[in-house]
Design a protein around this ligand. Structure first.
Ligand code: NAD
Length: 366
């Protein structure tokens, strides 16, 4: 419901209140009775190009929670694309419901909704969505990426994400330690899932001293056996003696409870939204002299992979070359942060916005 107060202003907390405060262009509510599909597509900003971002399926506790999620995530995609130099905007979709309930008809109906936007939104995989789900969507719409390599797609984006994270970590190490070598650095990787396990491989190859943690013991034993990394309990990861903390599991792990426990000099990981409160915790890290490699830049390898698929003629080698730029972009952000004495996350957001605004002006003559 749109709630407008007596002064004609949108009430804070209403849907339009949220859309206007975060700067979205469009929010699309989709419903299909026969399949039970309930989805929301958030298009944040299309100045640089069509809005690209994955679809997440989640059993949200409320509609408000789903709306907040799609708005927050689609905005994050705008910054990620802009800072990485990609010519795409930010979008995201959420499907409300139990992931086990999705089937061919459900996903193809969702594909039709995506198609009806005529290319303003292009989807990909996200939480609880697989490459095979993208194949069903692709039966109804060409506005989909994340297809298997065998179908001309980019396949699993995680190795590229891990590679970008590794480069961002090296750039941050150069700023903090004066050298980007990770040899003998004590690095704690929290979460050895799809991205974490590839990151550990890269770190071990560079002869870093790697500590790993996860909530799945079997996974930990396996990765420790394969790489020689040291296993740490999930509850003590914040307290160990380390040079670099690499959050690769959940978001918001840098919060009021953990921030004083971290004795590292660098934070560089793949997880999205690592700072629970972007402004507050960003400032604390700056004050403590901890070099923070902005999450939405250094985990952009996955989006770079999707972008390569979107522009056509997917080529793995070129995709890695594109991801190489993460190192220099991270260095530029950290320099801006240092010169202006502002948190690195803020510096990254400002750089992303500057690009959108200046490109918006370039596009005007069309
Ligand atoms: P994943 O689900 O494969 O791996 C996450 C791992 O974290 C799992 O092994 C899980 O058991 C572990 N974990 C969960 N809670 C934990 C806890 N409290 N302590 C320790 N470990 C815990 O996910 P992924 O694809 O590897 O992604 C990791 C992070 O990177 C996520 O935040 C994701 O949003 C982000 N990310 C991933 C990609 C990508 O290409 N996969 C791209 C950009 C960002």
């Amino acid at each position: 419901m749109v709630e407008i107060n007596t002064e004609g202003k949108v009430r804070e907390g209403s849907i339009y209140g949220q859309i206007t405060s975060l700067g979205h262009e469009q929010l699309v509510f989709c419903y299909d009775e026969p399949t039970g599909l309930k989805a929301i597509i958030g298009i944040h900003n299309t100045v640089l190009g069509p809005a690209v971002g994955g679809t997440r399926m989640w059993n949200y506790a409320s509609e408000a929670e789903a709306i907040t999620d799609v708005l927050r995530l689609s905005r994050g995609m705008t910054f990620k694309a802009a800072i990485s130099g990609l010519n795409i905007g930010g979008g995201k979709a959420v499907i409300i419901g139990e992931p086990k309930l999705k089937n061919e008809a459900f996903l193809r109906r969702f594909g039709r909704f995506i198609d009806s936007l005529g290319g303003r939104y292009i989807t990909a995989e996200d939480v609880n969505m697989k490459t095979s789900d993208m194949e069903y969507i692709a039966m109804e719409s060409k506005y989909v990426t994340g297809l298997p390599e065998i179908r001309g797609g980019g396949g699993d984006p995680s190795p590229v994400t891990a590679y970008g994270t590794y480069l961002g970590m090296k750039s941050a190490a150069k700023k903090a330690f004066g050298s980007d070598s990770l040899t003998d650095k004590k690095i704690a990787v929290q979460g050895i899932g799809q991205v974490g396990k590839y990151l550990v491989e890269l770190l071990v190859k560079e002869r870093a001293e790697v500590f790993i943690t996860d909530i799945f013991e079997d996974k930990l034993k396996q990765v420790a056996k394969e790489t020689g990394a040291t296993v740490v309990d999930p509850n003590v990861i914040y307290d160990i003696d380390m040079d670099i903390y690499a959050p690769c599991a959940l978001g918001a792990t840098i919060n009021d409870k953990t921030i004083d426990r971290l004795k590292c000099q660098v934070i560089a990981g793949a997880a999205n939204n690592q700072l629970e409160d972007e402004e507050k915790h960003g400032k604390i890290l700056l004050k403590k002299g901890i070099t923070y490699a902005p999450d939405f830049l250094i985990n952009a390898g996955g989006l770079i992979n999707v972008y390569a698929e979107f522009i056509g003629g997917y080529n793995r080698e070129q995709t890695y070359k594109h991801a190489d730029r993460i190192y220099d972009i991270c260095t530029a952000i950290l320099n801006k942060s240092e010169n202006e004495n502002i948190p690195a996350q803020q510096a990254a957001i400002e750089m992303a916005w500057n690009r959108i605004q200046s490109m918006g002006k370039v596009k005007l003559p069309y």
